[in-house]
Write a protein that binds this ligand. Structure first.
Ligand code: DGY
Length: 326
């Protein structure tokens, strides 16, 4: 008998085909996401769970799934998984790093360009039919070339962002809990500074940290005050890294010029005061959403699950101690 998997999404055809060769699969096919009680009901009796970042894998869920051997999230961020709770129950947790760095950095840079050059405002004006024709001072934004980019979080995606900024002759500052190796700094023309200096100097601040207790509301009223007047804030990491109410206040006070966000504190909700503003761009958590990348992410999650049931080490395990203990 094949082991049983609950997948909280229909995934993409190549991932589905691979999964079904090895497992008996129950998919959540509804829209948008499974209600919690449905998730708890369907995961009961399953050997593996493939989930998205919208599903909280915590003690409550694990209590409902005594046979579960692996929880595989189709995301690089894994703040939806209580890894310690999985470890306590000897359940392997996995994620999907490495395949979405370029796609996410492309999008973060696109947001940076779009907010600086007022592309969304321009598009809305054209569609409204109200554009009166060309004039010298219409929708003047800010240059990007030659400006200073401050990258908070210099992991794979932060570094991919730096690579893109090089093409625009930007000065690149970064801050991170760990300083990068000298050859990385040299190759990316990136200068390590502390957060205070970065905030004071950057024309664009782009956030690329995971959501951890120490990064929650990392951008708050006081860090926003430290930003250079006229600077822009880009967030493609996790919503709770920014205090949205403080952001609204900073925009109202014209402390910063604008913000472009792909992630939100209380997804799918957005702070109501952000919605009407022209100085922000809001996108629905799609930074990694290319067909190629999302397909790769789904395949990686499936491969993690297959590896475990084949007796191999899943390539992207978050709690290797569970495997070591076996
Ligand atoms: C992730 O993978 O963590 C993103 O937020 C979705 O791609």
């Amino acid at each position: 008998m094949k082991p049983k998997v609950f997948a909280t999404h229909g995934l993409f055809a190549p991932a589905r085909a691979l999964l079904e060769r090895h497992f008996e699969v129950d998919y959540w096919a509804g829209e948008p996401r499974p209600p919690r009680d449905e998730l708890l009901r369907r995961v009961a009796g399953k050997d593996a769970l493939i989930c998205l970042l919208t599903e909280k894998v915590n003690d409550e869920l694990l209590d409902h799934s005594p046979n579960l051997r692996i929880a595989a999230t189709v995301s690089v961020g894994y703040d939806n998984i209580d890894v310690a709770a999985c470890t306590r129950r000897k359940i392997v947790a996995t994620h999907t790093p490495g395949v979405l760095d370029d796609t996410t950095a492309d999008f973060a840079f696109a947001l940076l360009m779009a907010i600086a050059r007022r592309i969304v405002e321009g598009d809305a004006w054209m569609r409204s039919g109200a554009w009166p024709g060309w004039n010298l001072d219409q929708l003047c934004g800010s240059d990007v070339s030659g400006k200073t980019l401050g990258i908070i979080g210099f992991g794979r995606i932060g570094r991919a962002m730096a690579k893109r900024a090089q093409g625009f002759d930007m000065r690149i500052l970064y801050t991170d809990a760990m300083r990068a190796a000298p050859e990385v700094e040299r190759d990316l023309h990136a200068e390590y500074v502390d957060r205070d200096r970065l905030l004071a100097a950057a024309d664009f601040v782009s956030v690329h940290v995971p959501l951890l207790p120490e990064t929650r509301r990392l951008i708050n009223a006081s860090t926003l005050k430290q930003m250079k007047p006229g600077a822009y804030l880009i967030n493609t990491s996790r919503g709770p890294v920014v205090d949205e109410a403080a952001l609204v206040a900073a925009l109202d006070a014209k402390q910063i010029a604008g913000a472009a966000f792909d992630v939100f504190e209380n997804e799918p909700k957005v702070h109501p005061a952000l919605v009407a503003r022209k100085d922000v761009i809001l996108t629905p958590h799609i930074a990694s959403a290319s067909v190629e990348t999302r397909t790769k992410m789904a395949l990686i999650a499936v491969e993690n699950v297959i590896a475990l049931f084949d007796g191999r080490r899943p390539p992207n395990v978050l709690n290797p101690e569970v495997l070591a203990a076996k």
